[in-house]
Design a protein around this ligand. Structure first.
Ligand SMILES: NC(=O)c1ccc[n+]([C@@H]2O[C@H](COP(=O)([O-])OP(=O)(O)OC[C@H]3O[C@@H](n4cnc5c(N)ncnc54)[C@H](OP(=O)(O)O)[C@@H]3O)[C@@H](O)[C@H]2O)c1
Length: 119
């Protein structure tokens, strides 16, 4: 789960059933063609907020009441990725993220053909 693969129906289903959601690949995974970290919409929001694209993505996930499993081998990024709790996205930011066209990719960047939930 991330802003490029929001899985709205699944999130709604889980909320309805009281199931906690945890997002893996919250930054889009480790692919070179990472659609999250290269998103124009997230880039625009990140500039307006003075935050990184990664922080915008993680903050959006946090605001969905989900937890996340984010990975970095870099100390400064580990710190950056934790600095998402003392600010919030605006309604306009949320609206823009909501409009992002959705792409389902696995952690290596390949398109997945099958899955438990299609959107
Ligand atoms: N159980 C499962 O089925 C499953 C499936 C997928 C993933 N996972 C687990 O979930 C965790 C996260 O998944 P993931 O590694 O695929 O995806 P991810 O956390 O979305 O993305 C990791 C990638 O983002 C980079 N990154 C991290 N912080 C960044 C930042 N602030 N700015 C720019 N780039 C940043 C990392 O590079 P650097 O390391 O160079 O910073 C790495 O290339 C992993 O521990 C993985 O094993 C489990």
């Amino acid at each position: 789960m991330n802003p490029i693969w929001q899985q709205k129906k699944l999130i709604e289903f889980c909320k309805d059933k009281g199931i906690h959601v945890s997002a893996y690949s919250p930054l889009g995974g480790q692919s070179m063609s990472n659609a999250v970290l290269h998103s124009d919409v997230l880039e625009e929001i990140s500039k307006a907020r003075g935050k990184s694209v990664a922080q915008v993505s993680l903050r959006w996930i946090y605001e969905q009441d989900a937890s996340m499993v984010v990975k970095s081998l870099k100390r400064e990024r580990l710190k950056e990725n934790m600095e998402i709790f003392d600010w919030e996205l605006s309604d306009e930011d949320r609206f823009k993220i909501n409009q992002i066209s959705q792409h389902k990719r696995n952690r290596w960047g390949s398109r997945l053909q099958r899955g438990p939930c299609r959107d």
